[in-house]
Design a protein around this ligand. Structure first.
Ligand code: AHR
Length: 511
């Protein structure tokens, strides 16, 4: 018997459930002449916080290190990140942002104050990486900057002066201080966040109180003409929609987007989230079921935006997302180091397909986090490094950066467990900036393949060629002794005979 589940598409939602089968029959229908929203490159952004070994060791080892580096940033990690075309880096936090005072991170490194990183392990923060260093890193990557300001424990003056220091082209004292510290030209800031998680670590505020503070802080963010970053209001998380509602109803100017955070735990218990690499098919389903809640949460927040901002001016920026497991035994729990398996790769593709689906509002997201923290792209061990299954999915999806979505409907099959069900397959379809049509497919089901029928009008294609990421074991991972256990393989298939293996991610070009 064939399974049937119609899922949300770019233009609507229709759900009908059937029963489980050995192979899913999936049909994707699209008119290739139709166009949907831009899939902004920043949907594929990343987050680098002063947390654990994310910045120090992970990306920065200092210019005197034996580890080959450029301006103190390790070359191996830089090269790996360049290869997946990281478009945007959010820095310095996170919770850290609301305790960060930018003056601690400028001037001679040896004279910078040493602070305590109270959020993350209580370790010493040397401030060796500050404003100049992070912009070096971002420029070496060829990415854009998302700087997160301190609203929680800073002041309006401090935030305004930081922005002037970074962006002014005048002979102001602050701009000249930047020049004296080695940077003649102002930097470009693509996004500037006004606080982070202001409902929690950013100050335990109500959305109404934050709204007033936001207006005050945003008023004093001043830049030279044409240099104003997109300003980001600190929004809600998980099922909450109140922050999106209150902010979008009450902030009529100076806000380009509202942040939103949602972490995927295998279960809902923050004390016992689940193991990163030891899990069974039930945990796999539970993880994907929770990650797919992003669909409902995005819809609910977008409904608030549609109500308060019918012209669609305000974006929904998912500037923290990803898996969050129990800390690895034997490591500092506050460092949030976790391994990464094929399950994380599938989680990534499921989220990318959702972000692309809602790209009318979702213009920017940041996975948490880039290196050595939570759902990382790269793990390091001294001079050694490896790339994770998640890294590979970012690499495969880079063809969607700045692509134009092609609307489609999908009859996706049902991946069931007990009385719960998920779509077996989700997808992205878009016209890339190179003029080619790209299709991404992910099979959430760990056991059953999917037969894919493409019902495409206004296009003459016979083949799909690209890369497939899968493995026999759901727990497959890359380790320092075996770094290439999970990696993409070349894929090519006739459109008349297209099978998507169980637990796999496929990105290909129609030919
Ligand atoms: O990404 C780790 C932390 O999770 C961030 O600092 C914070 O914003 C969120 O709670």
């Amino acid at each position: 018997m064939k399974s049937k589940l119609l899922v949300a598409t770019l233009f609507g939602v229709g759900l009908s459930f059937g029963c489980v089968s050995e192979q899913h029959d999936v049909t994707l229908t699209a008119n290739l002449k139709e166009t949907g929203p831009l899939l902004h490159k920043d949907i594929y952004g990343q987050f680098a916080e002063h947390l654990g070994r994310g910045i120090y060791e992970g990306i920065y080892v200092g210019p005197d290190s034996d580890i080959p580096n450029t301006k103190g940033f390790r070359n191996d990690v830089l090269n790996a990140l360049k290869a997946i075309k990281v478009p945007l880096v959010r820095w310095p936090g996170g919770c850290f942002a609301d305790e960060y005072h930018w003056r601690d991170g400028i001037g001679k490194q040896s004279e910078r104050p040493v602070k305590v990183n109270t959020h993350w392990g209580g370790v010493e923060e040397t401030n060796a990486v500050g404003t100049h260093e992070i912009f070096d890193f971002i420029e070496l990557l060829g990415a854009d900057a998302y700087i997160n300001g301190n609203l929680g424990s800073g002041s309006v003056q401090e935030m305004a002066e930081w922005v002037e220091y970074m962006t002014s082209d005048k002979n102001s004292t602050l701009a000249n201080e930047r020049r004296k510290n080695g940077r003649e030209e102002p930097w470009d800031i693509a996004y500037f966040g006004i606080g982070n998680e202001s409902w929690g670590c950013g100050g335990n505020m109500s959305p109404e109180y934050y709204t007033d503070l936001y207006k005050q802080y945003a008023t004093f963010i001043k830049t030279p003409p044409g240099k104003k970053p997109k300003l980001v209001g600190s929004g809600g998380h998980t099922e909450d929609t109140q922050w999106t509602d209150v902010l979008s109803a009450n902030i009529q100017q100076n806000m380009d987007g509202i942040s939103y955070h949602f972490y995927t735990l295998p279960n809902s218990d923050w004390q016992k989230k689940g193991h990163a690499t030891e899990f069974d098919n039930d945990d796999w389903f539970a993880t994907l079921e929770r990650t797919y809640r992003m669909n409902d949460y995005l819809k609910a927040n977008i409904a608030k935006l549609d109500k308060n901002d019918p012209e669609g001016k305000i974006g929904l920026y998912v500037d923290e997302w990803g898996t969050w497991y129990d800390p690895e035994p034997g490591r500092e729990p506050g460092f949030l180091y976790q391994q990464n398996t094929l399950r994380d790769a599938v989680v990534t593709a499921v989220n990318f397909n959702l972000f692309n689906q809602y790209a009318d509002r979702v213009h920017m997201t940041n996975i948490a986090q880039m290196v050595n923290v939570l759902q990382a792209m790269v793990l390091t061990d001294g001079a050694d490094m490896l790339v994770t299954p998640t890294y590979h999915v970012f690499g495969m999806y880079k063809v969607f950066q700045n692509a134009t979505a092609i609307p489609f409907t999908i009859d996706s099959g049902a991946y069931q467990q007990g009385d719960k069900q998920l779509p077996a397959v989700t997808a992205s379809l878009a016209l890339g900036t190179d003029g080619h049509v790209y299709l991404a497919l992910v099979n959430l089901d760990p056991e059953n393949d999917a037969s894919i029928e493409l019902n495409l009008s206004n296009g003459n294609f016979s083949k799909l060629t690209g890369e497939l990421l899968t493995h026999d074991a759901i727990t497959a991972k890359n380790t320092f002794s075996q770094k290439e256990v999970v990696k993409p393989a070349a894929f090519s298939a006739s459109l008349n005979d297209l099978t998507l293996p169980a637990k796999s991610v496929l990105v290909g070009r129609l030919q």
